[in-house]
Design a protein around this ligand. Sequence first.
Ligand code: ZN
Length: 475
Amino acid sequence: MMARTLIKNGTVVSPTGRHEVDVLIEGETILALLERGKSDSLNITADKVIDATGKFVVPGGIDVHTHMELPFGGTNASDTFETGTTAAAWGGVTTIVDFAVQRYGENVQESLATWHKKAAGNCSIDYAFHQIIGGIDEQALADMDYLVKNEGITSFKLFMAYPGVFYSDDGQILRAMQQASNNGSTIMMHAENGIAIDVLVQQHIARGETDPKYHSYSRPSLLEGEATNRAIVLSKVAGNVPLYIVHMSASEALNALSEARHEGLNVFGETCPQYLYMTLEDHLAQPGFEGAKYVCSPPIRSKHDKHNHHADLWKGLRMNELAVVSTDHCPFCMKDQKELGIGNFSKIPNGMGSVEHRMELIYQGVVQGEITLERWVETCSTSPARMFGMYPQKGIIAPGSDADILVWDPNGKTKIGVNDKHHMNMDHSSWEGFKVDGKVDTVLSRGKVVVEKDKFTGTKGHGKYIKRGLCQYLN
Ligand SMILES: [Zn+2]
């Protein structure tokens, strides 16, 4: 008989409410939800009982935007699939969706095989892939169909930024969108006007403005708003193809998204913790080279902008204008990595490490009254699963679903920092000093306890590749 685990006396939370039920797990899946007391009266036995008294029992976090081992700016993101998924588990995350990368001149299917090789046998939690298409040509377009049909990859990321690296022009974007419109997949977009940004970057450098903070000045929020709007218009021309704008940081972009959604278009948005909590003044503009820790794209915004980006993004999450919180986890150490940009901010590898802390940081938004407990579960687990075709296998605590579960202690405390909670492979924490009124208590990945009593009990290789279906939000 398969091993049984019973999670007793907790409050199970879903996007639609809270229920005082016990969760019975058999093997890798959830067998039943039992009314309180029923496990005793029915004489249910279990090999392991987890007492969740006073705790929330929620579906494991799903981070649909990570970049483990990504080659970028002459170096590689510092988390491997092993260290990154282990840190994710420490943070209550049970599934990541990483990005396989095709660059101009490369073959899509070969690039995907490379990513499978990096991840296979190394992950401690489940993983799936999106495919980045950095070079749209006839072959790449045909490969999109192949990936949807055969590889369980149903989302393709394009870039309006990074000319010469990942950039696609409007014509290429339109062609990929038409292809997606035919095969049912979703286009994910990095929406910043990279051509205009490159001009501003060169002008700052020429003036000797080389500190990390100029990274933000060279990428104004207006250019994120413009690109977001342009992507939406192109998606409309391509026949209302599902469009998912990644890592939104700016009110201007959110306004374009909201308008499109009110029009009934299949347009969705994601934001990340750094855009909800960090500012140009307090982080990117720290003295010396410290600000390099917070260089990511789109950049951290100023608190003196015309718009209050933080407040607007939280509102967007409340209103379901933004559907998902991910991290864009793309960590780099200061030593030998971020340091490549001393004296020239444009050479700083773009990215921050957050995969471990998203559930914690967004829960703090619940404590602060920005979103409800239910909305925390929805934006960090259920919607990511539905958006990328993994529901109800993932993203919900229900009979038949994978037993991916986070037991969250609202009375615990978490202090983030290199000498506090920090398991990512980085020589600093992007979130040093942040405090959270709550704590990861126990984490299960397909029935296996991977974090318990402040110990990692998972194993490398337990994580399986998840083939995904199409977006489950389509009109
Ligand atoms: Zn990214």
